[in-house]
Design a binder for this molecule. Structure first.
Ligand SMILES: Nc1nc2c(ncn2[C@@H]2O[C@H](COP(=O)(O)OP(=O)(O)OP(=O)(O)O)[C@@H](O)[C@H]2O)c(=O)[nH]1
Ligand SMILES: [Mg+2]
Length: 495
């Protein structure tokens, strides 16, 4: 597998112009598939294995416009999806493959077929059972696919073995997610983070193309002990590539650290102004950006695609009683989010970890909201945000089954049913946010002259006004405020 940035750009341009990507309907059902009873290739009699390869019917991407089809063929990969289903129900296995299909389509691929194999665990050498590799190969030939995507993270050896046998490119879920992130990254920081994640994924998977022939120059094989600057001549091509990648990764890490400082300064500034911060977190496509737009009119990109948002956006919002807070929309999470990405996006995730409160958005109309909730909590914990107070916003109430919504609400004490689309539940959500935000600590009484209306406005925004009275001498206030504002108000102590 190679990194091919050219295709990415093309595929992205195509994706945004493609009406079929957004509206694809998926009808899934698992149908038992006829499988020859004996497997002459291996002579294995693994009954469970044999019965287990199932075709997920009606799985192909439906494209209606024929010219569109022709156009897409030029650039897009035609893929067959393969999953190993180890535990849980058929529905879980289907959900997982359905999500892989969405991911593949988001990356710009055309999905031709989806296959699930029931196995106790993935095969160590080939991921799917050896006997079944042949069938996947036939499927690839029959459908004219050029890529197989596996629903898991495969070892370098598994990828290589499988690729040799199915005779087309094989990629795994991790590489697919990395590819989507690479297509969507816009900011300098986002791009650097994604590149770092991709390189750390590819590093152990590099192959010495051409084996021994790849040795550069003559001399010693397998350099590495010649010291800095002296390693060149004896190094294999593979070692040179590895070294280049490591150097590039170190440079990216430094760059990302530098950019982090810039954002840290802004964050400190907000801290100093004692504006509490709320982070919106949640599974990809849950409606996080829609909610930010609904709450603040931010105009952030909303798309029915996975990982539409990669760069954090921060906006100001206020509680029903007028207190200001910041609201940050962040990258969405997904099950088995590649750890390389979690690592590379650490600085973005730290932003979440430093928030005063997390609004965790979940798509109430999704078939497995609990699975999504726990996947999000896992990533939050990994980012050090596991202990933050959390409000669960159960979104897409306009689409979801009310019984399901009620059930979800009983699971989490601090939850609220909302619809970013219709505005349902938004006042309740804001009230809850207001109640959960840290209270300003210091109670003050002050008599502020009318000339200092700015100060009164600040108390309204940053503090909590307990009593207010307009007198002949000015505004008499009793309020709870932060230490900085308390110090200023001290000059106006009410007599
Ligand atoms: N019906 C309905 N659709 C919604 C609602 N909220 C969001 N959507 C749709 O869900 C899709 C995803 O919304 P986004 O706001 O982009 O979701 P996100 O969580 O920011 O997604 P990523 O940034 O990709 O992780 C879009 O097609 C929205 O129009 C809602 O309350 N009701
Ligand atoms: Mg978004």
């Amino acid at each position: 597998m190679t990194l091919r940035p050219e295709r990415r750009t093309d595929a992205l341009a195509d994706r945004s112009a493609d009406p079929t990507v957004n509206g694809t309907d998926i009808h899934l059902s698992v149908v038992d598939r006829e499988i020859p009873l004996d497997d002459p290739a291996t002579g294995e009699l693994d009954l469970e294995d044999r019965r287990a390869l199932r075709r997920v019917a009606g799985f192909s991407t439906e494209l209606t416009d024929i010219t569109e089809v022709e156009y897409r063929r030029l650039q897009l990969e035609r893929v067959v999806l393969v999953g190993v289903w180890t535990d849980g129900s058929v529905a879980d296995a289907e959900n997982s493959l359905r999500e892989l299909k969405l991911l593949a389509e988001t990356a710009g691929a055309e999905v031709l077929e989806g296959l699930i194999q029931r196995r106790r665990r993935p095969d160590e050498a080939t991921y799917i059972g050896r006997g079944k590799v042949e069938e996947v190969h036939s499927e690839v030939v029959a459908s004219g696919a050029d890529t197989v995507i596996c629903d898991g993270e495969l070892s370098p050896a598994q990828l290589r073995n499988l690729e040799e046998r199915v005779k087309v490119k094989v990629i795994d879920r991790t590489a697919l997610i990395l590819d989507i992130f690479a297509q969507h990254a816009k900011s300098r920081e986002g791009k650097a983070q994604v590149e770092l994640a991709q390189l750390s994924y590819f590093l152990p998977r590099l192959r010495g193309w051409g084996g021994n022939l790849s040795r550069q120059g003559g001399g010693r094989a397998g350099g590495g002990n010649g010291g800095v600057g002296l390693r060149g001549p004896g190094e294999t091509k593979l070692e040179i590539d590895r070294r280049r990648i490591r150097t590039r990764m170190a440079k990216l890490r430094r760059e990302i650290d530098g950019m982090k400082t810039g954002r840290g300064t802004k964050r400190l500034q907000r801290r100093r102004n004692a504006v509490p911060s709320v982070a919106i977190a949640g599974y990809t496509n849950a409606g996080k950006s829609s909610l930010l737009n609904r709450l603040t009119g931010a105009g952030v990109l909303v798309e029915d695609a996975l990982f539409a948002t990669l760069d954090p956006t921060t906006r100001r919002a206020s509680t029903p009683d007028g207190r200001l807070f910041t609201l940050t929309d962040t990258v969405g999470f997904v099950r088995h989010l590649p750890h390389q990405l979690v690592e590379a996006f650490r600085s973005t995730l730290e932003e979440v970890a430093e928030a005063d409160l997390v609004v965790h958005v979940v798509d109430g109309s999704h078939p497995d909201p609990e699975g999504q909730i726990s996947a999000v909590r896992e990533v939050l914990a990994e980012a050090g945000a596991g202990d933050l107070p959390e409000i669960l916003a159960i979104n897409k109430a306009d689409l979801a089954d009310p019984i399901e919504l009620a059930r979800l609400q009983t699971l989490v004490p601090r939850s609220v049913v909302v619809s970013a689309k219709t505005g349902h539940g938004i006042p309740e959500l804001l009230a809850m946010v207001g109640a959960e935000l840290p209270r300003p600590e210091i109670e003050v009484s002050a008599l502020v002259p009318y000339a200092r209306g700015d100060l009164v406005a600040k108390v309204h925004e940053r503090g909590e006004v307990l009593e207010v009275e307009h007198t002949a001498d000015g505004t008499r206030l009793r309020a709870r405020v932060d230490p900085v504002l308390a110090a200023t108000l001290n000059g106006f102590t009410a007599g």
